[in-house]
Ligand binder design. Structure first.
Ligand code: PNS
Length: 160
């Protein structure tokens, strides 16, 4: 069985992430969407909140599992006996950082392969950071994130 892990901060999940997860799930037997710690980022949502949101929006995808892990991605890959990592690439600007991550993961275990998927053009500008930036001012983010995430923003940033 070909198991792929789709790792990320998912702070929070956007339609861009969801598109990658959905398409990955058509290619692999199982996709584990794993919320991980990116030490360069200061998250808005807790790991538990992020996991709950992903679970809710992937509920109809039978071969998608949701999990979290606070250690190294490569250790998680071993734990799950998975040898494929899937990541979305939006633009050239993503490339350097993603290439660096794929290279260190390959160095740590050459048996684990990273697969890049081109993000759907309509989401190429989308990132969790940009959505958080506009959502905190109460802007409409209905086209950018699934309804449970819209609600989660409303709870985080209540309008007075
Ligand atoms: O969505 P992001 O923030 O681009 O995802 C990056 C993430 C969380 C996948 C990356 O930081 C990661 O793998 N963190 C776990 C720790 C680890 O394995 N670090 C070495 C590879 S950079």
């Amino acid at each position: 069985m070909a198991v792929a892990v789709c790792p990320g901060s998912f702070d929070p999940i956007t339609y861009g992430h969801l598109d990658i997860i959905q398409r990955g799930a058509e290619v692999f037997d199982k996709v584990i969407c794993c919320v991980m710690i990116n030490r360069k980022k200061d998250p808005l949502f807790t790991v538990e909140e992020r996991v709950a949101l992903i679970r809710e929006v992937t509920r109809d995808m039978p071969n998608v599992e949701v999990d979290s892990y606070r250690g190294l991605l490569i250790d998680y890959m071993h734990k799950k006996k998975a040898n494929a990592i899937i990541k979305g690439l939006r633009a050239v600007s993503d490339f350097e950082y993603e290439m660096q991550m794929a290279s260190i993961n390959r160095k740590l275990d050459p048996g684990v392969e990273t697969f890049f998927m081109m993000t759907n053009n309509k989401y190429s500008y989308l990132s969790s950071s940009i959505v958080k930036e506009v959502a905190q001012y109460g802007a409409n983010v209905d086209d950018l994130v699934p309804p449970p995430v819209v609600q989660a923003f409303k709870n985080k940033f209540p309008l007075d």
